[in-house]
Design a protein around this ligand. Sequence first.
Ligand code: 6R9
Length: 646
Amino acid sequence: MSEARIYDVPPEWAASAYVDESRYQAMYEASVADPEAFWGEHGKRIGWFKPYTLVKNTRYAPDVSIRWYEDGTTNVAWNCVDRHVAERGERTAIIWEGDDPAESRHITYRELSGHVQRFANVLKSQGVGKGDRVTLYMPMIPEAAYAMLACARIGAIHSVVFGGFSPEALAGRIADCASAVVITADEGVRGGRKIPLKANVDAACAKAGGVASVIVVRRTGAPVAMAAGRDHFYDDLAAAVPAECPCEEMDAEDPLFILYTSGSTGKPKGVLHTTAGYLVYAAMTHHYVFDYHDDDIYWCTADVGWVTGHSYIVYGPLANGATTLMFEGVPNYPSVSRFWQVVDKHKVSIFYTAPTAIRALMGAGEEPVKATSRASLRLLGSVGEPINPEAWEWYHRVVGDHRCPIVDTWWQTETGGILISPLPGATALKPGSATRPFFGIRPEIVDGEGKVLSGACQGNLVIADSWPGQMRTVYGDHQRFFDTYFAAYKGKYFTGDGCRRDEDGYYWITGRVDDVINVSGHRMGTAEVESALVAHELVSEAAVVGYPHDLKGQGIYAYVTLMAGSSGDDGLRKELVAWVRREIGPIASPDHIQFAPGLPKTRSGKIMRRILRKIAEDDFGALGDISTLADPAVVDDLIANRRNKI
Ligand code: 6R9
């Protein structure tokens, strides 16, 4: 596969960014040589009620215990809001862009402070106190951020559940953390369609039980059923509480939030993040990775229901006193130019999105992008899955007009913030590589036996030591935390990702290790084959899985979505096989290519390979839970058209 292309750091970036190459080297070396000193210094980037004297107290073996800044006290909402009011009260904290392009709002830090304090008092009026769990099931409206910060202010633990999850999934999450209070909206609005959030909450509460109070923010004003005694409109409660609410003094290690994430098996895990270390890490990575400066307008297109929304829409940017844009809509409504129209409208300078969005927009061609200016953009970011070089190049050339570096940020719900990423003023870019570790991060590549590999190599990605943003436990199941992440490789955090390191020390994430295919003894990342397929001009998207093969051990099964207007036949199948052989080598030749109008994706855009593997294995009686799919109907088509021999 072609990796020849290297994009050097533009000279103006090296000169103006916080960190250039020599500073990266110096800071990185200092950070791993003496983590106590390094994080002791950087802990000061947030404000403290009582300063810490202890910095790092962590171990991964024989059991796991992770504590950072443990004798300090602070409050996350104070850091994200109050701290900025005196200094920059009139500055915009949140730009809200509605689903309807005619709707947008600017909220200053002073206004944010008022909203958060009132919301905090509303929560108190519903009996919420320190340590209580509050579930949020919200659309992308500013009230979602107010509610998160209100919880943080009074020491409650929020659990945000993505508004696209079913009542069933919501119920499981409410029950797992025993939330007595749920915050929602009457309806959500996305792509011109209404989402019945309150009705879903009603169904979830009936199933979960134990919910004493539902707080309903009015978004559309649609009439909704209100259970007497349990359900309240936010406006009504807000009118009856005082405007001011002091911040609770929190220990550094008091919980901040729970976020449920699915593993390959079992029920979703409640990933628990705590107060100070998380905030230090989210703020610091936001500052350096996005090279955030005071005059930037920053937009992360994630939903607050995912960790990216937590760390890089709400907590990181607001801790830094930034202007963060929150978008209610979708990339293709009212048209596929929407992202770029929003960029122009609000003069966005830093834009952070996911490869799945880029590929979808790429399928619609260059025109809708080129119809907009995008002159305000200076930096682009990617997160969520490996970005194939083809999509990277398109993002760089078409969206960024060759001007904007791309930060391909690798991290996880579990890591709290970005662990591997370029720094735009320091790192020469290789399309498809997340490049190098952030300060304090010690990635290692191990083989199946846990042997640490050196130099250019490929294996499983582990992290050798703790960093402040790391999750602390699985809520209510510390043993599962240990078993999932620390049992496989003694004394190391196992990421679940496969990874290759090249001769320049750059990291290339090859996908989850459960996605690695072993063909005739050769190990191959599914992402590599997908990337090759997507590089073909007629291919819009591809997902590759392994399946049992008599001779090779595993064969390669490729699901391919073609560009709009193209149709697949045996001729094209042969052409694609030849193409992949050319791009990677004969060992990567797909054994099956199935043309699929759609791939099974979660609502966050991740392809559910588990389902694709089952279909490839002809084991479609056992597809498991498909309720979290964005569009369960695609599965029927996949089954109907399975196994076309080449
Ligand atoms: C932030 C987030 C985590 C998994 C992770 C990996 C994949 C995320 C990536 C990436 C390659 C990147 N992933 N970013 N793979 N390059 N830049 O997405 O968290 O939803 O928990 O997913 O996503 O496989 O292990 P989460």
